[in-house]
Design a protein around this ligand. Structure first.
Ligand code: PEP
Ligand code: CO
Length: 468
């Protein structure tokens, strides 16, 4: 049995289960089940993140805000794998760096909430106050399913297992369309110059792949890089009972085998709280969300707590300030890390989503994000790091590869506020759709390429996509 010291600390966002006996049974069962990932895989991610910390690779962490059990089906899983692989191909091309792919999937079921209850409208028009939806592994979306049910933790395990199994199958069988990027079209791109620029980049990628094939280094051949890509799993380590039950002691150390990496959310990162205490004991690489309320001294204290032996890549700092705040807040955070003993050990990752959530201008009940804000926070992060002799090592995005989703405003397809009603599917935060996700990949690719070559090539693309 692994260390339980977190139990004596305050647990932010704790779930009160009315049926404690059922909870005990579920946890006992979870403790007997095999890990969803292995210590060897976790160590592989650790060493890959160490290369990100050294500036030798780029981290792409992305997926749903709240994964639902119903997303565990072949179409949605394939769509997620495909968009992640396409984005990484585009980034690799511009950055000339390997991309470390980490999905928010196979366990991203639990959500922190700002309010414990919400008022919902019933079919007869009356209003009722119910517990907030905390994610599929806690309670259900239906108004009569809001009581936390511990059996959902077991369902989470099995849905995560099925998801991971299918992802592993997809990757080991090769994902066909990834090898024919010339069949991609950019009809959705409204700005003609931008459309041509995308097409030119894709031609160049196709050309490079063809060239490699000709010289006998086909990257899409059997056992070659595009067919054996690593795709690691991650989620917010919010439900400590679940994480603890899947944590195993091995001769090499203590590993949380629920995912390759887990992160601490902005609402649960108290230094004297249960989440930080739990995260201290596991050998997995861990993420920490860094929001506007984090002070520079607190940030260094967090690194002291989570990485006392100064291992490179152990901690990924996922900054999420908002486009209007990043310029005031990020420099002091970078400075604090640079003047501490942790300098050079962390992965700096930009989450340009969570500080930029707004109400839709036409409907205050609908949450959305302006694509231009996402671009602004991301490009400012890249600029600020570059100007301080630091390095933005990665990006953390909420996105979906599913068809025709309309949750964020803007992007190369120029979605408007009115378009949101067409296919708004999220039950939590608004996600980038397929096309908007590719836009972000092109931006990262072009900015890193410009930085690498000392040119200004990415400027038009960034400018075109920054229009509100
Ligand atoms: C999230 O990543 O879904 C999330 C809730 O983020 P944060 O903790 O940064 O608000
Ligand atoms: Co979210």
């Amino acid at each position: 049995m692994t260390a339980n010291t977190w139990r004596s600390k305050p647990i932010a966002q704790d779930v009160g289960y009315p049926d404690q006996e059922a909870l005990r049974h579920v946890l006992e069962k979870l403790e007997t089940l095999p890990g969803l990932v292995t210590p060897v895989e976790i160590e592989r991610l650790r060493s890959q993140l160490a290369t990100v910390a050294e500036g030798q690779a780029f981290l792409l962490q992305c997926g749903d805000c709240a994964e639902l059990f119903s997303y565990c089906n072949p179409n949605q899983i394939e769509a997620k794998v495909k968009i992640t692989l396409l984005m990484s191909l585009i980034i690799i091309y511009g950055a000339r760096l390997p991309v470390v792919r980490v999905g928010r999937f196979a366990g991203q079921y639990a959500k922190p909430r700002s309010k414990p209850t919400e008022v919902v409208e019933l079919p007869d028009g009356s209003k009722k106050e119910v517990l907030s939806f905390r994610g599929d592994n806690v309670n259900g979306l239906g108004v009569d399913e809001r009581t936390p049910d511990p059996r959902r933790l077991l369902m989470a395990y099995f849905h995560a297992a099925a998801t991971l199994n299918y992802v592993r199958g997809c990757l080991s069988s090769g994902m066909a369309d990834l090898h024919a990027p010339h069949s991609w079209n950019f009809q959705h791109v409204q700005d003609k110059e931008l459309q041509q620029q995308y097409a030119r980049i894709m031609d160049a990628i196709t050309d490079a792949l063809d060239f490699m094939k000709t010289v006998g280094a086909d990257p899409s051949g059997p056992n070659q890089v595009l067919n054996t890509v690593d795709y690691f799993s991650s989620h917010e380590g919010l439900m400590l009972e679940y994480e603890q039950a899947l944590t195993h002691d091995t001769p090499q150390g203590t590993y949380d085998l629920s995912a390759h990496t887990v992160w601490i959310g902005d609402r649960t990162r108290q230094l004297d709280g249960a989440h930080v205490e739990f995260f201290k004991q596991i050998r997995n690489p861990v993420g920490v969300k860094v929001g506007p309320s984090m002070s520079p001294t607190e940030l260094v204290a967090m690194l002291d707590a989570l990485n006392p032996s100064l291992e490179k890549g152990r901690v990924t700092l996922i900054s999420r300030y908002g486009a209007g705040k990043i310029a005031d807040l990020l420099p002091a955070h970078i400075q604090a890390v640079q003047s501490s003993r942790h300098t050079g050990t962390v992965v700096w990752c930009c989450d340009p989503m969570h500080g930029n959530t707004i109400a839709s201008p036409s409907n205050p009940k609908v949450k959305t994000r302006m694509f231009s804000d996402v671009v602004a926070e991301l490009t400012k992060a890249m600029e600020i790091h570059a100007s301080m002799n630091s390095r933005l090592g990665g990006v953390h995005l909420e996105l979906t590869g599913d068809d025709g989703v309309t949750e964020c405003i803007g992007g190369s397809m120029e979605l408007s506020d009115e378009d949101l009603a067409r296919r708004y599917l999220t039950h939590c935060d608004p996600r980038l759709n397929y096309e908007q996700s590719l836009d972000i990949a092109f931006i990262i690719s072009q900015v890193l390429r410009s930085q690498r070559l000392g040119t200004n090539e990415g400027a038009h693309l960034v400018q075109a996509l920054s229009q509100p």
